[in-house]
Design a protein around this ligand. Structure first.
Ligand code: SF4
Ligand code: SF4
Length: 316
């Protein structure tokens, strides 16, 4: 075969590395019909901590309590009433947990998914969920309050109030978009995972999301890491150079936290938030699909469905 013919055939050949089409959520994905929204690969991850209660656990806790009464004061890993405890809040390295007598509040946008609170909880009320999809167009949607007595999350789904986000989604999102990544103080974890998004497993280019070198060609400014003083000006310059409609996406737990707390350091408030330290490639791809309007995902709705499933599973 001539070289010319072979080159031509390669141009029209279907890619052999494309993943199965149901590996990611389909474009018309309906969350209510599929409460568990993780790709199979995510089940090996620790994920965010779940505050759950169930019959099995009540039995176990009663046994632990009796043991405590028999052997006196066996130390920090013994059962304590959740109402009188705040160990998880004390050990959390990012202050993602707030605890009082009645409620436990977990800010999943600030959670590193490190599992420390789960390891240290004396009453085994927290478990590693394996749930890694923590992203939203609304920062406050990533914060969940639980009632300590009933182990119930307060639940209502929040809508985006950001008109720039909605305009972006309508005009650009569904067709795909270009992003310029700004490493504003990142430890390069996010950059590694972004690179992995373009390998032959995750193949992010196939959904129309491309990295570009110049902000002039970008629709999205992807900001990773806590904003450092040195990067305030370059980030603003990049943002000002971008044509409208445009959007800032805070990617990685450090960026999510930094953009929530130091808003004045950012050229504009992010319109989309992707947490995780760093977020996994499958999470990034799903988050971008949602940003583009190709799949429907609401963090609290998905998390609520997950907790219901988990409780059912554990009480069997
Ligand atoms: S950062 Fe670690 S300790 Fe804090 S809530 Fe998340 S998993 Fe728990
Ligand atoms: S979840 Fe565990 S560590 Fe946190 S307050 Fe309750 S008992 Fe204490």
């Amino acid at each position: 075969m001539s070289l010319l013919l072979e080159t031509f055939l390669n141009l029209i050949r279907k890619p052999v590395t494309r993943v199965e089409k149901d590996f990611f959520l389909p474009a018309n994905h309906n969350l209510e019909s599929t409460p568990l929204v993780q790709a199979p690969i995510a089940k090996f991850a620790r994920g965010i901590p779940a505050f759950i209660g169930n019959n099995y656990k009540d039995l176990k806790l009663n046994a632990d309590k009796e043991l405590k009464e028999i052997i006196g004061n066996p130390g920090k890993n013994s059962w304590v009433s959740c109402k009188e405890c705040s160990i998880c809040a004390e050990v959390c390295p990012t202050n993602a947990i707030r605890s009082d007598e009645i409620n436990l509040q977990i800010d999943y946008g600030a959670c590193l998914q490190c599992g420390l609170c789960v390891d240290e909880c004396p009453s085994k009320n927290l478990v590693n969920s394996g749930f890694v999809d923590v992203y939203s167009d609304n920062r406050s949607e990533l914060v969940v309050d639980y009632n300590k007595e009933k182990f119930e999350p307060s639940f209502h789904s929040e809508n985006s109030s950001d008109s720039e986000y909605l305009e972006f989604k309508e005009k650009i999102g569904n067709k795909g978009f270009n992003f310029r990544e700004v490493c504003a103080g990142s430890n390069t974890g996010v950059e590694w995972e972004l690179g992995a998004c373009y390998n032959n497993v995750f193949d992010m280019e196939s959904i129309g999301v491309r990295a570009v070198a110049s902000p002039k060609h970008a629709d999205v400014l992807l900001i990773a890491g806590s904003m450092t003083d040195a990067m305030i000006k370059p980030s603003k310059l990049a943002w000002d150079t971008m044509p409208s409609p445009k959007l800032i996406v805070a990617i990685g737990t450090d960026a999510v936290q930094s953009a929530s707390q130091n808003t004045e350091m950012y050229p504009h408030t992010p319109g989309y938030w992707i947490a995780g330290d760093p977020p996994r490639p499958d999470t990034i791809v799903r988050a971008f699909r949602t940003l583009m309007g190709r799949s429907h995902f609401k963090f609290r709705l998905a998390w609520h469905s997950y907790l219901q499933e988990k409780n059912k599973e554990l009480s069997k």
